[in-house]
Design a protein. Structure first.
Length: 136
């Protein structure tokens, strides 16, 4: 089974580095967020790249304040499936704002920072500040 991020059904099991931020767009609990004229869903794609900086701990919409985890969030539930245990996580590219992937973004200019690891097929530990921002 291939890795999939349903961008729904996330359960947050543990967090560190919690703060509140004001959103500039709609987010779902468990989304990886970055800053681009406000806090929005991250995206690895060149030209619109928004590096992952924190994890949304709740759903929210533009103008709303929500809690986020900057240091660590363990995410499970039905958000992920088919992951390789121990495999690295990256911010997804394309039109998958806020999603994760286990495939390294490879287009020149894409964000390639490792933002976490899969503990098993359905549970991730996301630590967005562990590594420096990087691009392909």
């Amino acid at each position: 089974m291939a890795f999939a991020d349903a961008q729904a059904g996330a359960k947050i099991y543990d967090v560190e580095g919690v703060a509140s931020v004001e959103l500039a767009g709609t987010v779902a609990k468990g989304d990886i967020l970055g800053y681009s004229s406000g806090w929005v869903r991250a995206l690895a794609t060149v030209g619109t790249a928004i590096a992952g900086k924190c994890v949304a701990l709740e759903d929210g919409v533009a103008g709303q304040r929500i809690y986020v985890a900057f240091e660590q969030a363990i995410i499970g539930g039905s958000r992920f499936s088919g992951a390789t245990a121990g495999g690295a996580l990256y911010v997804a590219e394309g039109t998958s704002n806020g999603k994760y992937t286990q495939t390294v973004p490879s287009t020149s200019g894409d964000c390639t920072k490792i933002i976490g690891y899969m503990l098993n097929a359905m549970t991730a530990v996301v630590r967005p500040l562990d590594n420096n921002d990087s691009i392909a």
